[in-house]
Design a protein around this ligand. Structure first.
Ligand code: HEC
Ligand code: HEC
Ligand code: HEC
Length: 467
């Protein structure tokens, strides 16, 4: 397969993941709908209380240009600067990733988000009066972000990550709105959702919301620095990082007590590693500059981004300024470094099998991988990532390195790394056993300490849909 084809395949593969990840959560909400409706009646005050209780002192969570300056939120801006701020915030929220149809015009909607109960199609959010938000007021828009309600008051599916966007300050919401209103209105009809009964009944979401949604602006933590609070605001709010990096419960809600503790992306089988464990992507042992480079350019001295994370960097994080990225990293580094769940489906090879796999893997590595990643696994960063001391390879869930070897990939093309080097796919060259061997070898060489991987694990991921 040539590089261009591999690149296309890669782009296609990661393109839909964000949507699916969140849509799967949204779909599962329907399961609770039945008893949830009862719960909602029992807890009618919850919403109101949560809203009323939200502290509004956003001095430390201002927008670009004013980051860290404090206190400038809500101060009148000239229209030009509100639009520029809004554009930046739209990047931070990655609105374009979901609201853009494949190969189509940005913000015109129509991207399908598959769920087990049907398909959602994202709406047009250009300022077209019939199909978009042309007739919306800033209050309507705020209510959508903050309470997950459409202009007519109907409840929105949480596939739209309003559970995160509720943290956004009013001033930032207004700037976002000003930006969207400044776009060219595009007359493109919204495609109605295709959800089966009863999941097409929006009111059933009341139950889910009573259980899992608390509206409220981000309220700064008084004992933390302005930088930390700015980072927390972006990560928890517009960045919606936990949409992928937190495991979801049976009902499709992210689990609060396990925030940022890693999650296997349903239907797609990419693992979004824990951001709190040093054995995964926990950033405790990274220096700030390397993480900042990783998030802004997609490559770093310690590793690269790939799969769904490559899309996040491509569409969103590369546009975030250095001060804000640093703030996010300061916040992420401060999260508790807890243990991680293990993959119950993973098949453990015997010790003998592991040793044989390791030996066979060494030969395969020499033949197929050494040219780029070097005999000692040091790679040649940032072009070729190191495999030694790389958490992406050794973490408990081996799905990511297995998929990397099977399908290859490219880091995202970013301003900071405009022509990324790619890795060829080995799915057609190596059989399941050989992939297992070379991954086992990587996980156990040069000081790496990961479990052996079996051919059965590889077979499981080989058939994962790439779309
Ligand atoms: C992960 C995918 C995803 C992301 C990211 C996302 N949206 Fe959406 N959005 C949706 C979906 C799906 C809906 C439709 C929900 C429904 O119909 O209940 C939606 C609905 C909306 C609506 C309501 C439209 C209407 O007619 O009721 C607005 C406004 C909106 N999004 C704005 C935004 C903005 C602004 C951002 C970025 C800050 C954003 N969205 C990011 C998926 C997304
Ligand atoms: C669409 C799902 C998704 C979203 C949203 C997302 N991530 Fe990720 N992230 C992943 C996946 C999958 C990986 C594993 C692949 C990789 O390492 O690049 C990952 C990896 C990472 C890594 C580790 C990279 C490495 O090489 O060890 C960091 C750090 C990270 N994400 C931070 C963030 C931050 C910060 C946000 C929010 C701004 C975020 N992610 C939002 C899916 C996501
Ligand atoms: C032509 C050069 C090249 C060859 C040959 C190659 N790789 Fe890679 N490898 C790369 C590049 C470039 C990346 C970054 C890709 C990305 O970000 O999507 C990468 C990424 C990886 C990653 C993910 C690293 C991280 O930081 O998350 C793993 C694991 C990996 N390679 C293993 C292998 C193995 C095993 C082989 C042999 C079977 C191999 N590579 C052969 C260039 C190569």
């Amino acid at each position: 397969m040539n590089a261009a084809r591999a690149k296309r395949m890669m782009a296609r593969r990661c393109g839909r993941v964000a949507a699916t990840r969140i849509a799967a959560g949204a779909a599962l909400l329907a399961i609770v709908a039945g008893f949830g409706a009862v719960q909602a009646q029992m807890r009618p005050q919850l919403q109101a209380q949560a809203t009323a209780g939200a502290a509004v002192s956003p001095g430390s969570v201002t927008s670009p240009g004013s980051a860290g300056a404090g206190g400038s939120v809500g101060v009148a801006r000239s229209p030009g600067s509100a639009i520029a701020t809004g554009e930046y915030l739209a990047r931070a929220g990655d609105c374009v990733a979901c609201h853009t149809p494949r190969g189509g015009e940005p913000f015109t909607g129509g991207l399908p988000m598959k769920t087990p109960f049907g398909t959602l199609y994202t709406p047009n959010i250009t300022p077209d009066p019939e199909n978009g938000i042309g007739r919306w007021s800033a209050d309507d828009f705020w209510r959508a972000l903050h309470e997950g309600r459409s202009r007519d008051g109907s409840l929105l599916y949480p596939a739209f990550p309003y559970t995160n966007y509720t943290k956004v300050t009013r001033a930032d919401s207004d700037a976002l709105f000003a930006y969207l209103k400044s776009l060219k209105p595009v007359k493109k009809r919204n495609r109605p959702h295709d959800m089966s009964f009863p999941f097409n009944q929006r009111n059933l979401m009341l139950g889910w919301r009573a259980l899992y949604f608390e509206s409220g602006e981000y309220s700064p933590h008084p004992n933390q620095s302005a930088e930390w609070n700015r980072g927390a605001y972006l990560v928890q709010g517009l960045g919606h990082c936990d949409a992928c990096h937190t495991s979801r419960n049976m009902l499709g809600a992210t689990v609060k007590s396990k925030e940022f503790s890693g999650g296997l992306i349903p239907l797609q089988d990419w693992y979004a590693p824990s951001l709190t464990s040093n054995r995964e992507a926990g950033l405790g042992q990274w220096n700030i500059d390397d993480v900042v480079a990783l998030l802004r350019t997609g490559v770093s001295n310690r590793g690269v981004v790939f799969g769904p994370m490559a899309q996040v960097v491509h569409d969103s994080l590369q546009y975030i300024n250095e001060a804000d990225t640093r703030a996010m990293v300061v916040y992420l580094k401060s999260l508790a470094q807890e243990g991680v769940p293990s993959d119950p489906l993973q098949v453990r090879p015997t010790e003998e099998q592991s040793r044989a796999a390791y030996d066979a893997g060494a030969k395969l590595y020499d033949l197929h991988c050494k040219s780029c990643h070097q005999a000692n696994g040091s790679g040649a960063p940032p072009a070729y990532p190191p495999l030694a001391n790389n958490q992406a390879i050794t973490m408990e869930f081996a799905v990511n390195p297995v998929r990397m070897v099977l399908f290859g990939g490219f880091p995202p093309a970013t301003k900071g790394n405009p022509r990324p080097y790619g890795m060829p796919p080995f799915a057609y060259i190596l059989n399941d056993e050989e992939v297992a061997s070379v991954v086992t070898y990587m996980r156990q060489s040069w000081g790496n300490r990961g479990n052996a991987v079996s051919a059965a694990d590889v077979a499981r991921y080989r058939i994962v849909p790439v779309d």
